[in-house]
Design a protein around this ligand. Structure first.
Ligand SMILES: CC(C)(COP(=O)(O)OP(=O)(O)OC[C@H]1O[C@@H](n2cnc3c(N)ncnc32)[C@H](O)[C@@H]1OP(=O)(O)O)[C@@H](O)C(=O)NCCC(=O)NCCS
Length: 329
């Protein structure tokens, strides 16, 4: 019997209209455009300003683009998985809400919490549901409204993050395209360096947690940088080795957009020139689970069937990993 592979067959994306530039941030905190650009590669990011809108609204727009492009009836969707750390609410899952908003009344749905690796974890989870033969159409989303957990008086974090959502459709194929291999890793001891202190069962919301600003991202940037630069490069190299891929065999690296210096170090380790690396961090900043599908969305027209693509991410947890896929259209 021919092996069923899971392949990405469409991409959708959504970015809020409002732009927060480095110059705008100069008015909020003691920083400057030159520092932000040289230390991170970011020029501007998008912010979902409408207080009535949440992560699910951006995710639903990305999914609706896929439905339009593929002329797909939402009733045909079997499963929606959303990678996010900024769910609309603790429960129900954002994926439940997205399914409702797009009319996917026959799908089941759940969230995956893996911070900046959320899309990668969700993609591999979706792949397994397709490969098992149980489901035919799985939507995988990476979406975060980071502005809802960013302290705009903290210059060490507010310069980095932005809002956005990307989505892909996974379908089965018996051609030799689609997701070929994956490596996923996590190390919960890394929580010390990147986390949200309050609002969970350990420290429920209280007057104190609000006064102490514990509902915002805490990051020890230097420490996270060290882990990210080593682990994202290592795992990307590992997936190349495991699949006998030389730098010349790889058409595109799709790296998590956390810091241009981390992206360059990963490309160096893989011996890839930067013109094979998708970089849009200057426009959107770090949209957490959104970065990988938003890269695919921005580059979709340049991709060709059979292209060898490596996706790599590193994020809070720590979580990290790589996926090797052959583009299917
Ligand atoms: C956050 C990050 C950009 C900070 O860059 P950095 O080069 O490590 O900067 P440092 O924290 O060492 O700070 C260097 C100096 O710049 C200052 N600085 C920090 N933020 C600044 C800002 N926004 N504007 C201006 N100066 C700033 C610091 O106070 C420090 O000054 P000092 O030398 O006088 O003490 C970087 O550490 C990073 O990208 N970390 C990883 C983020 C990441 O990958 N997250 C993963 C999850 S997605």
């Amino acid at each position: 019997m021919e092996k069923i592979q899971a392949a990405i067959t469409a991409v959708g994306g959504y970015l809020p209209e409002d732009v927060l530039s480095n110059k705008d941030l100069e008015k909020l905190v003691d920083t400057n455009d030159e520092w932000i650009l040289s230390r991170t590669g970011i020029k501007e990011r998008r912010i979902l300003k409408d207080p009535t809108k949440a992560t699910s609204d951006m995710a639903a727009e990305a999914v609706k683009e896929i439905l339009r492009k593929k002329n797909l009836d939402p009733k045909e969707i079997d499963l929606i998985i959303v990678g996010t750390v900024t769910p609309d609410m603790s429960f129900p899952s954002t994926a439940n809400i997205v399914a409702d908003k797009v009319g996917a009344i026959n799908s089941f749905s759940f969230d995956i919490s893996a911070a900046c690796s959320g899309f990668l974890y969700a993609l591999v989870t979706g792949q397994r549901f397709i490969e098992s033969g149980a489901y035919k159409k799985v939507i995988v989303v990476g979406a975060d409204k980071m502005s809802s957990i960013v302290d705009y008086t903290d210059r060490s974090t507010c310069i980095i993050f932005g809002d956005g959502a990307g989505a892909v459709l996974l379908e089965s194929t018996t051609e030799k395209v689609g997701i070929m291999d994956s490596i996923l890793k996590s190390d919960g001891s890394g929580r010390e360096y990147l986390h949200l202190k309050a609002g969970g069962s350990l420290k429920p919301a209280s007057i104190d947690t609000i006064n102490n600003k514990e509902h915002f991202i805490y990051q020890d940037g230097k420490h996270v940088f060290k882990f990210a630069v080593t682990n994202m490069a290592d795992v990307s190299y590992e997936i190349m080795q495991r699949n006998n891929l030389k730098a010349d065999d790889i058409d595109w690296l799709v790296p998590h957009q956390a810091n241009l210096r981390i992206i360059s170090a990963t490309a160096d380790r893989m011996n890839l020139p930067m013109d094979k690396v998708m970089v849009n961090i200057e426009k959107y900043g770090n949209t957490t689970a959104g970065t990988l599908p938003l890269c695919l969305w921005d580059w979709e027209k340049q991709l060709k069937k059979g292209d060898n693509i490596v996706l790599s991410a590193f994020g809070g947890g720590f979580t990290w990993g790589s996926v090797y896929l052959k583009w299917a259209y």
